[in-house]
Design a protein around this ligand. Structure first.
Ligand code: FES
Ligand code: FES
Length: 178
């Protein structure tokens, strides 16, 4: 085989980089236009393209919940979904919870109950708790534990996290400890 034929063959065999696709996401109330590769996770778009690093990458495999955000108001593991699938969607990350200086009630409750230690899992815990509140299925601390079970806290702050969520649900006195 001649060298130019070999070059031709090699060029045909090697995968060409897939074109990026334009999508629009409304992130924390702001419309964002993005060019994304088809394989890019929503998590990577948030962290790498939009510099919203509050959302954490723990396992990148759907096992820890650190990457939880709200997608059209529903909690989702952003590492498990491709950004390209959500053109036109509304995304809320932890950066979208506080309104100016005013913290979200869940943020206040997490502080009041010491529901964070290293804090790495906390953004995902708070986003997940917001999703849980909206779902309206949790009626007891046991339900809260079960419905938050997708969010791992390696520091083991679980009793405090549950107490914080109970407070926001009105099941517990404000800042009432454990
Ligand atoms: S980083 Fe997404 S579930 Fe762990
Ligand atoms: S506060 Fe450290 S992992 Fe949850």
């Amino acid at each position: 085989m001649k060298s130019d034929q070999m070059t031709d063959t090699a060029a045909k065999a090697s995968p060409s980089p897939a074109a990026k696709t334009g999508i629009t996401l409304k992130v924390n109330g702001v419309m964002r236009q993005l060019e994304v590769a088809p394989w890019t996770s929503l998590l990577d778009v948030l962290r790498e393209d939009l510099d919203l690093t509050g959302t954490k990458k723990g396992c990148d495999h759907g096992q820890c919940g650190a990457c939880t955000v709200l997608l059209n108001g529903v909690r989702i593991n952003s590492c498990l979904t491709l950004a390209i699938m959500h053109d036109g969607a509304e995304v809320t990350t932890i950066e979208g919870f506080a309104k100016g200086e005013a913290l979200h009630p869940l943020q206040e409750a997490f502080i009041a109950h010491d529901a964070l230690q290293c804090g790495y899992c906390t953004p995902g815990q708070i986003c997940s708790a917001a999703g849980l509140l909206k779902e309206g299925r949790a009626k007891s601390p046991t339900h809260i534990r079960e419905l938050m079970s997708g969010n791992i806290c390696r520091c083991g702050a679980y009793p405090n996290i549950v107490a914080a969520i109970e407070q926001v649900m009105g099941m517990k006195e404000k800042g009432g400890g454990q």
